[in-house]
Design a protein around this ligand. Sequence first.
Ligand code: NAD
Ligand code: UDP
Ligand code: UDP
Length: 313
Amino acid sequence: MSKRVLVTGGAGFLGSHLAERLLGEGHEILCVDNFYTGRKANIANLIDNPNFELMRHDVTFPLYVEVDEIYNLACPASPIHYQRDPVQTTKTSVMGAINILGLAKRLRVPVLQASTSEVYGDPEVHPQPERYWGHVNPIGARSCYDEGKRAAETLFFDYHRQHNMSIKVMRIFNTYGPRMNADDGRVVSNFIVQALRGEPLTIYGDGSQTRSFCYVDDLIDGMVRLMDAPPSFTGPVNIGNPAEFTMLELAEKVLSLTQSNSTIRFENLPSDDPRQRQPDITLAKTSLNWDPQVQLEDGLSRTIQYFHELSGK
Ligand code: NAD
Ligand code: UDP
Ligand code: UDP
């Protein structure tokens, strides 16, 4: 059955991959984006598809459309982007959630929220299971994002309890792949672009902090499985690849895969930078039958290929 699916943030990194996947399954896509961090280049291959429709709109304002299903991804995701206008970041998460939930309530349709591992803050429990409540600074530089996303989760569960709505909350861990923004400061894109240009790879702090990186195709597969799960399964559910690496290890892998002569330069660690992060994905495995398939080397090679082709354009 073909559905009409709303993807907010559909011109972003993850949203454009989701739109592509759903179009491929025969669904119609309404992409809503204000192009705060999204780019037309991300959806250039979709724009001529008769099943794809683009609407420029800011989700902090009400949205009246008719759809069968909603994925709410609108929100800047990288620290330099979400800290550029922190008030707008909180508004996007909180007012955006209220408007999208109001829309889903009127239409009586399922709605999925792209939440984040940042709800765990700088975690004191490792790896992080969904039952962990987190360790978040409410007034720091990252708070507009972390607390905005936490408030959005609260709204999703209150609309669910108060209005008996079908919700899905997905806690996304660091994801990488083609169409990452080359200058959004995230570690994978930074290292690859630096290595390809022969510039030093910038490691913040001593590089011993860890992250667990999920390839975008695996992430999108988990997202669609969550939406398609029975209404009784609301999450929150962690989706990420549990293979954990230090930033030093990541830099070495990128250097070896690009065969670059770049050196490594150590820079100051940003404030509130989490020391370690690794998803416990037991729930996703048992409830969604989901397990990431793409190993870091393979995913990095595909991403390097993308940035290599981009630099030639
Ligand atoms: P992205 O910045 O590439 O995409 C976000 C999209 O939302 C952009 O197209 C942007 O223009 C749009 N947007 C921002 N504010 C908006 C507003 N007020 N109204 C309408 N559109 C707006 O980021 P991404 O990596 O694709 O992230 C997508 C979602 O996934 C975000 O909600 C993010 O918080 C979440 N997430 C991503 C990661 C990751 O590693 N990429 C990790 C955790 C959570
Ligand atoms: N809303 C929207 N589209 C709709 C329905 C509602 O954008 O189709 C917005 C509207 O701005 C409203 C918000 O969602 O303020 C929350 O809706 P809800 O029905 O929960 O609250 P109320 O309308 O009672 O404020
Ligand atoms: N980082 C780094 N060099 C860079 C960019 C980031 O060492 O050029 C570090 C950053 O301090 C953090 C980790 O890499 O410890 C992941 O950063 P990113 O912004 O990609 O994601 P997040 O901090 O949101 O998990």
